[in-house]
Ligand binder design. Structure first.
Ligand code: PLP
Length: 397
């Protein structure tokens, strides 16, 4: 006799990650997987050695639930100097199991039933489930490709659409800069406008800045929490996964005003107790790497960015070089497929390359039907091989 359990309503309101599904498909067909955003690189040796040393020296039990003191100090220093947000390690920092848990703990700490959260779309796929789990009502604002006065194509929002998204029920707006999947860097003007709306409607900006160190062409990363009127109403979420190529270490953090931090720490404690203690010790070494580390990181990614943009254009995709992160959002209209999912399946099976159907980044899937995302955190030889395969598209359609 099979047991029949009624699952929670929440668990039935979102599906498994589309990106993980694409990864499985790539494995089945031996395709090059340019869908999942896992770094191709390794953490620096000195950081790995610090983790081994911490384990050998006995840092193998829980740390303080909201983070080992020396790791919080290193985060506070980085936030104060790099992000220009004055941060007190004792009052403002919560170390979490990746920024993924940081975002959820933050939302659980501030959301009440009926609260609305504004989300720009296309969005990082976790934000949808995050709002369902925390009980927020998502309100979406589209980021659309627009030509600027100097002829450059950029993704931005329509100001009146953003203004209209705010209501008496708005509790927070999620700002992901640099953005996944678009590689967009929010400008000072955009952040100022969002800040003004947050103040006018008395709501909180929850920002995800995990790609803050991967920005190209001399663009600058600005944290909305550094704008003076946002000090008391910003929750900044970030982590070490991408900058130090350590997605498996699960080190993230949330920086927020003291009153919000108290609530976030409670959520975090009962969700996960704490991030891995010995890895937090090694995280201190990572956060103290010299400026040359960050320059080399950007140079490495920039080389990949240029290579893949050129390859994709030659293969028939329409795309612009992203401003940041390691994703390229392309337009696939010229290939004549009925939709992006059909294209995704065909590309894996016939060409041997995987990417992500654009519609999976939208609450309104039709907005992404002609879009397709590739990632470029890959070893040189893999990108070359992917390029050779993609060049066969034209002859096969
Ligand atoms: N935020 C964004 C925008 C991401 O793209 C990702 C991973 O792809 C994450 C958060 C996850 O970060 P973490 O490993 O710190 O949980």
């Amino acid at each position: 006799m099979s047991l029949q359990f009624k699952l929670s309503d929440k668990s039935t309101r979102f599906t498994e990650s589309v990106i993980r599904g694409m990864t499985q498909l790539c494995l089945r067909h031996n395709a090059i997987n340019l869908s999942q955003g896992t770094p191709a690189y390794q953490p620096p040796d000195v950081v790995k050695a610090a983790a081994v040393k911490a384990i050998q020296e006995g840092y193998n039990q829980y740390s303080i639930t909201w983070g080992a003191p020396e790791f919080r100090e290193a985060i506070a220093h980085k936030m104060t100097t790099f992000n220009c947000i004055p941060t007190d390690a004792a009052k403002n920092v919560t170390v979490t199991c990746g920024s993924t848990e940081g975002m959820l703990s933050a939302l659980l700490a501030i959301i009440n039933p009926g609260d609305e959260v504004i989300i720009f779309e296309p969005f990082y796929e976790n934000y949808g489930p995050d709002t369902i789990i925390s009980g927020a009502k998502p309100v979406y604002v589209a980021l659309q490709e627009t030509q600027t006065a100097d002829g450059v194509m950029r993704f931005t929002y329509d100001t009146s659409e953003l203004q209209n998204a705010f209501s008496a029920n708005t509790k927070a707006i999620i700002v992901n800069t640099p953005n996944n999947p678009l590689g967009k860097v929010f400008t000072q003007d955009e952040l100022q406008q969002i800040a003004d709306l947050c103040c006018e409607h008395d709501c909180i900006a929850v920002t995800d800045e995990i790609y803050e160190h991967m920005i190209y062409d001399d663009k600058a990363h600005i944290s909305i929490g550094s704008l003076s009127q946002m000090r008391d109403r910003t929750v900044t979420v970030s982590g070490l996964s991408k900058t130090y190529s350590m997605t498996g270490w699960r080190l993230g953090y949330v920086v927020a005003p003291e009153v919000l931090t108290d609530a976030i720490r409670k959520m975090h404690d009962f969700l996960t107790v704490g991030a891995p203690h010995p890895l937090q010790r090694a995280g201190v070494v990572a956060l103290n790497l010299p400026p040359s580390y960050y320059q080399e990181l950007v140079d490495k990614y920039n080389k990949n960015r240029k290579r893949l943009v050129n390859t994709l254009r030659e293969a028939g995709f329409r795309c612009h070089p992203p401003e940041a992160a390691y994703y390229i959002m392309t337009d696939i209209s010229d290939f004549g497929f009925s939709d992006d999912t059909a294209f995704a399946n065909w590309l894996v099976k016939e060409i041997g390359v995987g990417g992500v159907p654009g519609s999976s980044f939208y609450s309104r899937p039709h907005l992404g039907k002609t879009k397709f995302r590739f990632m470029f955190s890959m070893a040189d030889d893999v990108l070359v091989e992917a390029g050779e395969r993609l060049m066969k598209i034209k002859s096969k359609i």
